[in-house]
Design a binder for this molecule. Sequence first.
Ligand code: NAX
Length: 327
Amino acid sequence: MTKPVRIAVTGAAGNIGYALVFRLAAGDLLGPDQPVVLQLLEIPQAAQALSGVVMELEDGAFPLLHDVVASDRAEVAFRDADLAFLVGSRPRTAGMERKDLLRVNAEIFANQGRALDRQAARDVRVLVVGNPANTNALIAASNAPSLSTHQFSSMMRLDHNRAVSALARKAGAMIRDVAGIVVFGNHSSTQFPCIDHATVRGRAALELVERSWYEKEFIPTIQQRGAAVIKTRGASSAASAASAALDHMRTWIRGTEGSSWTSMGVAADGSYGVAPGIFFGYPVRTSEGSYRVTQDLKLDEFQRARIAASEKELREERDGITDLLPR
Ligand code: NAX
């Protein structure tokens, strides 16, 4: 039998975790011939809820689900993990400042980085979803010195998918007709969803939609989409976030196939004028678990200003947690 792939999911009893684990068990990430072991991490207060998720996974009778491990210890959940989805984090509670939230979550991701360093498969691929995702990815990677920073990434794919879908709807096209979108920067309201290089059925997107729609409607709508979902649904994005997490990991493993690039939060390397030291949403091409920042895009003043604004925010986030960055 094919050796199962070990997939760790943190925050597995939360909203996104609950949407994600059943799709992983059903083979939506690795296909119908690849068995999986799910290694689920929760905090002790959510242990009972996690037991309920495990019961439902059993009741799903998923042929590909070889085993399920449930734990409140990162060392157990990350043991020999080939892939890790770091979803679990603390939500903001009443009276909590953004910087307090950053701090609480920074400590979680520092611990999880250390546990991955000790326990995970040496070629593990780690996707950070829990917010602030880019800075949490930086912290986890920095606390895992025996792994490469290139084994860590943060999720911009939900923003990317939102942008692709909004452009397709505006242009009266199908999702598959849209290429060349990138979401630069932070997974926050400073992000820059860029269609300057996008095409729809091979034609430049900006020949099909008005510039004013792009600047005044599209960009703010994508930046604020998470808040709009909360307002409308009464709960934050969960199924679409889980779906984007699968898309992100699948593209990373399988590759972008020469077509276009995707958006991933990865270690800044000077590309597009963003100095190292933060995780930044970039256009990347992927192949078999590696990625390369696409260098081909020409930036004008409009694009550069938006990239700089998001970079500034990420540097400020970093300034709040520098003591948790050992390398
Ligand atoms: P929930 O609050 O429903 O679930 C989070 C779960 O994580 C809870 O069950 C909690 O017990 C668990 N948890 C907390 N600390 C933990 C720890 N130290 N180890 C393991 N588990 C822990 O949130 P949910 O809606 O699932 O969202 C999860 C995270 O994704 C949040 O930080 C959220 O802001 C973030 N998001 C990121 C997105 C992105 O595009 N990068 C989009 C969606 C989402 O907003």
